[in-house]
Design a protein around this ligand. Structure first.
Ligand code: SAH
Ligand code: SF4
Ligand code: F3S
Length: 446
């Protein structure tokens, strides 16, 4: 190994919590002299930050690791590491299941990475998996941002909801909020570093502050960020419909920096299934929340997560979900079929549906939602939006991609010097989820 300049390749699976953790992993690796590479062949460390929310996520990882066999044979010094939720869930078992792996550590062991790497150079290594679960060491200059103007921030770790299908509370531990004063310093430091957009993350951001005695802590946090110079746009995810109060929507509507993007996972449109899922709200309460968002926040885009084929889901329950989707008309939805996760309550339910039934329902749901997405996207043609320019377009380097406040990506012709700045575009074309547009006042930055 070239000790003066070892290289790492990091692949992130799963949700934005993992992406935020990867910002920190990159920062830690940089602090001990590692440089990042995208090329497997030259990597001394290949690290996978993993997800275990559905079986499919796990299978993808196993396939990727097995494909490294020849590479590992050629480079005896290569360290293959697995971090994140799947690592936390399987721990030592993962080393047995995947002999190519040298290092396994969980989301709460991230700060230990430099030490763990030293040990991994001498043999198979495991994290402690208990960790501090806190936010120690995560300072604004301790993270590496893939876009220097945009940062993801974990405001609350873990989850205490125990929805009956979900493995996250078992692998991420209980909710722990990061103190408000600490977040104030952290976000101010990020702004001083040139960050203008922040995305606040948690499995349930609306629970922020509950464990540290704050009332309406999430709204307080947003109000605090409103006062930080340099931060222009604030996004957040994920909201739990049960904990999003109507009063907080009214307060948030007054805040100029908070973007009009509402991801409100409904999971099912049937009260019978919502109860079995232990979501803590009814269809009627959910619809009331959607109405409140639409009434108070003009132009808000709405998206959701839906699981079909949950144990015991009858035709009528599924029809209720389809009907809800048609009623709300989400701009987009993440749709899944139910995946059994060992150790969860739903895994023990007797009325499991067959793979075919679950897949058929998912296909129907996707068909209905795709049409709605397209119809909703077409309504945007001719409208003008402010965008934060994020990157060059992957398929055409003379095009850029930016995001609207409502979270829609727009492709438009433009010069790379605009990356990181706010511009105005007019939407010209719409496909399902992709919008394309043209730059207004090309010489000027919005
Ligand atoms: N905390 C967020 C969701 C985190 S997991 C929330 O409560 O909304 C992201 C999504 O994965 C969930 O919203 C759910 O739709 C899906 N999901 C979670 N467990 C699943 C399972 N066992 N099978 C299929 N989808 C699942
Ligand atoms: Fe999972 Fe429910 Fe927690 Fe979301 S709120 S992470 S679905 S247990
Ligand atoms: Fe997956 Fe862990 Fe996120 S299980 S969805 S990466 S919290």
């Amino acid at each position: 190994m070239n000790k003066s300049h070892p290289k790492f390749l990091l692949t992130t699976f799963g949700c934005q919590m993992n992406q935020a953790d990867s910002q920190r992993l990159r920062g830690l690796l940089a602090s001990i002299g590692y440089a990042e590479t995208e090329n497997e062949e030259e990597a001394d460390l290949i690290l996978f930050n993993t997800c275990c929310v559905r079986q499919h996520a796990e299978q993808r990882l196993i396939g990727r690791i097995q494909s490294l066999i020849n590479h590992k044979k050629r480079n005896s010094h290569l360290i293959i590491g697995v971090s994140g939720c799947m690592a936390q869930n399987m721990q030592a078992e993962l080393l047995e299941a995947l002999p190519l792996v040298d290092l396994v550590f969980g989301p709460n062991d991230i700060e230990e990475l430099p030490l763990l790497l030293q040990r991994a150079a001498n043999g198979k290594t495991l994290g402690s998996f208990i960790g501090k679960g806190a936010f120690d060491g995560d300072s604004a200059d301790g993270i590496v941002l893939s876009r220097p103007f945009s940062a993801m921030i974990n405001i609350i770790r873990g989850c205490t909801n125990f929805c009956s299908y979900c493995i996250v509370p078992y692998v991420r531990g209980p909710e722990i909020s990061r103190p408000l004063s600490e977040l104030k310093n952290y976000i101010s430091d990020l702004a001083a570093r040139g960050v203008s957009e922040v995305t606040l993350l948690g499995q349930n951001v609306n629970a922020y502050g509950r464990d540290i005695g704050l009332e309406e802590g999430f709204t307080q946090l947003l109000e605090m960020i409103e006062g930080i110079d340099g931060i222009k746009w604030v996004r957040f995810m994920t909201s739990h419909p049960r904990d999003f109060s109507l009063a907080s929507i009214k307060r948030i509507a007054q805040l100029k920096k908070v973007c009009e993007q509402y991801h409100l996972p409904v999971q099912s449109g049937s009260n019978h299934i919502l109860e079995l899922m232990k979501r803590g709200y009814s269809r009627e309460m959910y619809v009331e929340l959607i109405d409140a968002v639409r009434e108070n926040i003009p132009g808000a885009s709405l998206s959701t997560d839906i699981i079909c084929g949950f144990p015991g889901e009858r035709e009528q329950d599924f029809a209720d979900t389809l009907e809800l989707v048609q009623k709300v008309r989400y701009e987009s939805a993440f749709m899944y079929y139910y995946s059994l996760r060992n150790g969860t309550e739903a895994a023990k339910m007797t009325e499991q549906l067959s793979e075919n039934e679950k897949k058929a329902r998912l296909a129907k749901l996707i068909e209905v939602q795709n049409l709605i997405s397209l119809e909703e996207s077409r309504k945007l043609i001719g409208q003008e939006y402010e965008l934060l320019t994020e990157s060059a377009a992957a398929r055409d380097q003379s095009h850029l991609v930016g995001k609207t406040r409502s979270g829609r990506s727009v492709d438009f012709p433009g010069d790379k010097s605009l990356i990181g700045s706010y511009v105005k575009v007019r939407i010209e074309k719409a496909r399902n989820w992709t919008l394309s547009g043209t730059l207004l006042n090309p010489g000027e930055k919005a």
